[in-house]
Design a protein around this ligand. Structure first.
Ligand SMILES: [Zn+2]
Length: 445
C-alpha cells in the first residue's frame, strides 16, 4: 500500500465528531490509526475520554535528544449541504492533482503526512533523529472539550521540547509559511427590554424608547468612524506590532486585494493606520455576529418590539486578557445604554491568544525545514482565528508550537468540495523529515 492509498483509507471513515450517529465511525477511525501507528513501529495507546478517544503513539525515547510532539485531529466537520459536493464526501476522488473528501485538508491529510514522514525515516534508518510523540485527538471540530484535562492528567508523559502542528494555511501554492501567532476570542450577548409586550407604534411611538433603536445605538457605539474600537481601556494592553513584522507583511501579496477577492466586498475597511493583513492578524476587533428584534416577516407591521438583542465577539491580541475585555465591554454597554430600557448581558466563551518567537532557535529550525522542503525562504505570518488548544499546550506543558501549514486558501476546509493537493501531502512528508533533522540539532531542555 502506498502512503496515498493509506490516506484514502483514512478519509473513508466518516469521523464526524459532533454527530452521535457517527460515534462508531469516529471510534473505528481511531482504531485504524492505532493499528497504523503500531505497524510503523510506534508504541501506541488509545486513551478513552468522556468523549472521543485520544491516540498517543511514541517512538522509543532515547536520552540526550529533544522530544517533538506532533498534534493532529482525526475527527471532521459535518458534510452538509450535500448537494454542493461534486463527489461523495467519504469516497475520496483525485481530480486535477487534488484529493476531494471531507477531512482531506482538515486535518487527515496534514497529520497523516507527518506519520508517513516518520514511517519512511524509521523504515530507512531504523531510528529517528529525535524522540517523537504523536497526539491525535477526535474532538477538535467540537472545541476539544476533553483535551486540556487530558493534557493535565498526562502532563508528565507528554513532556516535550517543542510541538509541531500542521492545521493552518499556506499563503499560496508552494509558498512555505510559518504561522507564529493566533488571536484570542471573547464572546457576549446582550438583550435590551422595554415595554411588557410589543406596542402599537402609532399609539405609543415617540413616547417610549424603542429597544431596537437602543440596540442599534449600542452597536454603533462600539467603533469610532475610523474603525478604532471606542471601548475605554480596550487598547491599554495591546502589544504594538514590531518593525520586522510590519516589514515582512508589507512584502506579502497585496492583502487589500486578497481581502477583496476572497470576500467579494466592494472595498476593504478597518482601523485607520493599519494594512489589511495587520488588521486581520495582529489588531483586536469588536464584531457584531447577530442582531435581531421586532417584525421580520413580509410587508410592514407597525410595532415597537418589546425587546431586541445582539451577539458580539472580540478577537484579541497579545497582551489582552479575555475576561478583562469582557469586563470593559460590559462597562461600555452599561454606560451607553439609553434611558427607558433595561440591559441584560450574558458572557459567552472565551480563549487566549497565542504568539511564539519565530526568530528563536525552534522557529529558525522550522524555517530551515520549510525552506528545504519548498526551495524558498519561508514567510512568517499570524492568523486571525483562534486554536485554543495551542495556548493550552503552552499553559499546561509549557511548550511552544510550530504551526507548519500545508493547506491552501482554496482547500475549502469545513465547506463543500474540501480538497488537499497530492503535492502538499508529499511536501508534508518531506517537511516532517527535514523538521525532525533540524530540531535534532537543538539541545534537549
Ligand atoms: Zn476544522
Amino acid at each position: 500500500m502506498s502512503h496515498l492509498d493509506d490516506l484514502l483509507t483514512h478519509l473513508r471513515f466518516p469521523s464526524i465528531s459532533t454527530d452521535p450517529a457517527h460515534q462508531a465511525d469516529v471510534r473505528a477511525c481511531a482504531d485504524w490509526l492505532v493499528e497504523k501507528c503500531r505497524s510503523i513501529g510506534l508504541t501506541t495507546e488509545l486513551h478513552p475520554t468522556p468523549g472521543h478517544p485520544v491516540v498517543i503513539a511514541r517512538s522509543e525515547a532515547k536520552p540526550n535528544r529533544p522530544t517533538v510532539l506532533i498534534y493532529g485531529h482525526y475527527d471532521v466537520q459535518p458534510v452538509d449541504p450535500l448537494e454542493l459536493w461534486d463527489s461523495p464526501q467519504f469516497e475520496p476522488e483525485i481530480r486535477n492533482g487534488r484529493i476531494f473528501a471531507r477531512g482531506s485538508t482538515d486535518n487527515k491529510g496534514q497529520h497523516y503526512a507527518h506519520l508517513c514522514g516518520v514511517a519512511d525515516t524509521l523504515a530507512e534508518k531504523g531510528d529517528l533523529p529525535v524522540n517523537v510523540i504523536f497526539l491525535l485527538e477526535g474532538e477538535e471540530e467540537i472545541g476539544s472539550p476533553h483535551l486540556e484535562p487530558f493534557l493535565r492528567d498526562h502532563a508528565d508523559e507528554l513532556q516535550c521540547d517543542v510541538i509541531a502542528v500542521s492545521d493552518t494555511g499556506m499563503i499560496g501554492p508552494g509558498v512555505p509559511t510559518l504561522t507564529y501567532g493566533l488571536r484570542g476570542i471573547a464572546c457576549l450577548e446582550f438583550k435590551v427590554s422595554g415595554p411588557a409586550s410589543d406596542l402599537h407604534s402609532g399609539i405609543y411611538g415617540g413616547g417610549v424608547m424603542n429597544p431596537a433603536t437602543a440596540v442599534a445605538r449600542l452597536v454603533a457605539s462600539l467603533h469610532e468612524d475610523n474603525g478604532r474600537i471606542a471601548i475605554e481601556g480596550f487598547y491599554d494592553t495591546v502589544r504594538p506590532l514590531q518593525e520586522w513584522e510590519r516589514e515582512q507583511w508589507a512584502r506579502l501579496p497585496d492583502g487589500d486585494l486578497a481581502t477583496r477577492s476572497e470576500t467579494g466586498v466592494p472595498a476593504v475597511f478597518g482601523e485607520a493606520g493599519y494594512s489589511s493583513l495587520e488588521r486581520r492578524w495582529a489588531r483586536p476587533t469588536a464584531e457584531v455576529n447577530g442582531i435581531w428584534g421586532g417584525y421580520q416577516g413580509a410587508g410592514s407591521k407597525t410595532v415597537i418590539p418589546r425587546e431586541a438583542c445582539a451577539k458580539l465577539s472580540f478577537r484579541l491580541v497579545p497582551d489582552q486578557d479575555p475576561q478583562e475585555v469582557l469586563r470593559l465591554a460590559r462597562k461600555h454597554l452599561e454606560r451607553h445604554c439609553p434611558p427607558g430600557v433595561t440591559l441584560e448581558i450574558h458572557e459567552g466563551h472565551h480563549g487566549q491568544w497565542y504568539v511564539m518567537d519565530p526568530l528563536g532557535p525552534q522557529g529558525m529550525a522550522a524555517q530551515r525545514a520549510l525552506e528545504q522542503t519548498f526551495g524558498k525562504p519561508s514567510l512568517l505570518i499570524r492568523e486571525g482565528g483562534s486554536i485554543p488548544i495551542i495556548r493550552s499546550f503552552k499553559d499546561v506543558l509549557g511548550t511552544d508550537t510550530l504551526m507548519l501549514g500545508l493547506a491552501l486558501p482554496d482547500c475549502q476546509a469545513h465547506a463543500p468540495n474540501e480538497n488537499f493537493p497530492v503535492a502538499n501531502f508529499e511536501a508534508g512528508i518531506q517537511l516532517n523529515r527535514y523538521l525532525l533533522e533540524e530540531l535534532a540539532r537543538l539541545l534537549p531542555t
